[in-house]
Ligand binder design. Structure first.
Ligand code: ADP
Length: 401
């Protein structure tokens, strides 16, 4: 089966085409600036040259049509006809309490995703646009939705409830949902495979640190706690997000600065984190460069980021009464030698022993960076959320036949 994987944002759309017979990627690409005057389509067919096209793409239906045109293009294409695509898989950020796994798209499923717009106002509307656009372009082709929150639905009440009046949960489902679930699930599975141990025997802490970041405590193969909350703002310090803070700061600052709800939301989501503290960038590469050049604000930003990450690892070791495996993944986790070193050299109390040479190797493959004596296995595992979406889509469509 050939599967088209779609990750729709409000003004962007990422795609990959998988041949599930060998899980190979036939093509991938990105449409940016949808709804703006010069939209950019970047198409990367495997084994052929990358193409970039600038045009006016006003909405997602046109974006998908242009992508499909490229997929069957005489020169840049990878398919002989669109009918070869037998299923479409969509990434959806919020599945609330409705979904603890992936689902075949039906009117009822779409209605539930719509109901959750309140909890993910930036993300779920884009997912709906992506689903509708795929349906319009490929009528009759089954579609599957894969949720960022689904993996965390196993968290116990004691981990997912906030200590606020219960009525807020009962009425509005205010609780922790987490995010990056597809990634945490994938890297924990690969970790167990890599170590040739049953996942049920392992206490795993997965650190997905990229632009956004979250940690998950995984026991018996399921998520028992995760650092993101009702929204992806809670938890670690991130590129532009504050992560944890005293909630009393919000009304205090709103009052002092006469801020609206939207303004304070934007401050915490878009103008905080590494960007706010460094004053230069939300990008960890630039922060690291600043630190190496002696810039005090970049150094402080790095130190805060590292400190908070390390504290979360400690708290999840406490949550599970120990840890067997720590996994680093995503942009920062896979690439930042210095961040991993700084975090891990302060975890000796857990029995972590880092092999500094192994930590410096770049391979793009799962690998161990702890020593043979380390009580905790420390692994780097490149994440692959698209592959999980393609696999779930393939499985669910096959099961529905
Ligand atoms: P997203 O959360 O948007 O999916 P990624 O997982 O791609 O993001 O991570 C992006 C982050 O990874 C950026 O902050 C970038 O600076 C960081 N990153 C990429 N390469 C490196 C590197 N060599 N050293 C440090 N950080 C890096």
């Amino acid at each position: 089966m050939k599967v088209l994987v779609i990750n729709a944002g409000s003004s962007s759309l990422k795609y990959q085409v998988y041949d599930m017979t060998d899980e190979s990627v036939l093509a991938k690409g990105l449409v940016e600036r949808i709804g703006m005057d010069s939209s950019i389509l970047t198409h990367k067919p495997t084994g052929k040259e990358e193409v970039t096209e600038v045009s006016e793409i006003l909405e997602h239906t046109t974006a998908i049509r242009k992508v499909l045109d490229k997929l069957v293009h005489a020169e840049h294409g990878v398919l002989s006809s669109i009918e070869e695509i037998q299923a479409v898989g969509h990434r959806v950020v919020h599945g609330g309490e409705f979904f603890n796994g992936s689902a075949l798209v039906t009117d009822e499923v779409k209605a539930k995703i719509r109901q959750l717009i309140d909890l993910a106002p930036l993300h779920n509307p884009a997912a709906i646009m992506g689903i509708n656009a795929a349906e319009a372009n490929m009528p009759g082709v089954p579609q599957v939705v894969v949720f960022d929150t689904a993996f965390h639905q196993t968290m116990p009440e004691s981990a997912y409830l906030y200590a606020i009046p219960r009525v807020l949960y009962n009425k509005y489902k205010v609780r922790r949902y987490g995010a990056h679930g597809t990634s945490h699930y994938y890297v924990s599975q690969i970790a167990a495979e890599f170590l040739e141990r049953p996942i049920e025997d392992l206490k795993i802490i997965t650190c997905h640190v990229g632009n956004g970041g979250s940690l998950t405590a995984i026991q018996n193969g399921v998520s028992v706690d995760t650092s993101m909350g009702m929204t992806p703002l809670e938890g670690l310090m991130m590129g532009t997000r504050s992560g944890d803070l005293d909630p009393a700061i919000v009304p205090y600052v709103m009052n002092k600065e006469d801020l609206t709800l939207n303004e304070v939301n934007s401050m915490l989501n878009k103008h905080s984190g590494l960007l706010a503290i460094s004053g230069i960038s939300s990008d960890m590469r630039e922060i690291t460069e600043g630190m190496e050049n002696g810039d005090p604000n970049s150094t402080l930003a790095f130190n805060m980021y590292e400190y908070r990450l390390r504290k979360y690892i400690g708290s999840y070791a406490a949550a599970m009464n120990g840890v067997d495996v720590i996994v680093f993944t995503a942009g920062v986790g896979e690439n930042s030698v210095v961040l991993r070193q700084r975090v891990l050299e302060q975890l000796t109390y857990l029995g972590v022993e880092l092999d500094e040479e192994l930590n410096k190797i770049r391979s793009g493959e799962p690998r161990r960076i702890s020593t043979a004596n380390s009580k905790v296995e420390v692994l780097i595992i490149p994440t692959n959320e698209e592959l999980v979406i393609a696999r779930d889509t393939n499985r669910i469509v096959e099961e529905s036949k």
